[in-house]
Write a protein that binds this ligand. Structure first.
Ligand code: HEC
Length: 252
């Protein structure tokens, strides 16, 4: 009994400390991802290699696997999505060493292979939409999801710059929108980027979609197998029905 209680305590402690280590706030926005949408995954992969892979690795994945899963040709992958002298069969790692990361950012940017699973899609999506100008922050920009973060707003060219909305949160309770959510958005765009707000949301949905796939590439195959199994069971069911009819026809 004592051992069980001890085990429960240790588990609870581990759970709470891992939550603490992860840090950050609960998601501000919700995203609908769809890993069956190949086109979205391809667009997300392109954003990922262009904007994230310079600092973050995704070392559990290989370029070749991503190309095969997403239906990207080897040639296209080699020419447009690998910027270093890495080969198609290599894992998606970065040139930045942990020491460089520490010197430049005070900590190495974490590997993003399984980040979407650890944080959840909504959190990553919210993180990418929550950089805002803040004079008090060391780099002049902060993030609502991870206050004091050392990651720069790498998407500023696409999104532009936003300020915190001073009215956000003041209308809680009484003044809610039609669906019960806050009627005032958390941020106000003060300088437009290349994309409209809607286009930026769509781009971030693609990016997060790709990261969700990345965190568990087998889910694509698992789904195909799942559908196959359902068809098999349906066929078996029909066969069993006719067999039953055949067996019982003389009994009545
Ligand atoms: C210039 C380097 C750099 C680039 C480019 C970059 N990041 Fe980061 N990122 C960082 C650093 C540094 C951290 C650690 C931040 C911290 O802990 O405060 C970080 C942290 C993160 C985290 C939080 C991890 C966690 O769970 O705590 C996520 C998610 C993330 N980055 C996603 C991205 C995505 C997606 C891209 C591409 C669109 C990207 N990053 C591009 C430097 C970068």
């Amino acid at each position: 009994m004592k051992t069980i209680i001890k085990l429960i305590c240790v588990t609870a402690l581990l759970y709470s400390s891992s939550g603490f280590a992860a840090g950050g706030s609960s998601p501000l926005f919700h995203v609908n991802v769809d890993v069956d949408n190949r086109q979205s995954l391809q667009r997300g992969a392109k954003l990922f290699v262009n904007y994230c892979l310079s600092c973050h690795a995704a070392s559990y994945s290989r370029y070749k696997r991503v190309a095969t899963d997403l239906g990207i040709s080897d040639k296209n992958m080699r020419e447009n999505m690998i910027f270093t002298n890495q080969k198609l069969g290599d894992p998606m790692i970065v040139a930045m060493t942990e020491k460089d990361g520490k010197t430049w950012f005070g900590g190495a940017p974490p590997d993003l292979s399984v980040r979407a699973r650890a944080r959840g899609a909504d959190w990553i999506y919210s993180f990418m939409k929550s950089f805002y100008l803040n004079e008090k922050a060391t780099r002049g920009v902060d993030n609502k999801m991870l206050p004091g973060t050392s990651m720069p707003h790498v998407m500023w060219e696409l999104q532009g710059w936003q300020d915190l909305n001073p009215d956000y949160g003041h209308d809680k309770g009484s003044n809610k929108g039609n669906h019960g959510e806050e009627s005032k958005p958390p941020f106000i765009l003060v300088e437009s980027g290349q994309l409209s707000e809607e286009e930026y949301d769509k781009a971030m949905t693609d990016l997060v979609n790709f990261m969700v796939y990345l965190s568990e590439p087998a889910q694509l195959k698992r789904k195909t197998i799942g559908v196959g199994v359902l068809f098999f069971l349906a066929a078996l069911g029909i066969l069993a029905y006719f067999m039953k009819r055949d067996y019982w026809k003389d009994v009545h």
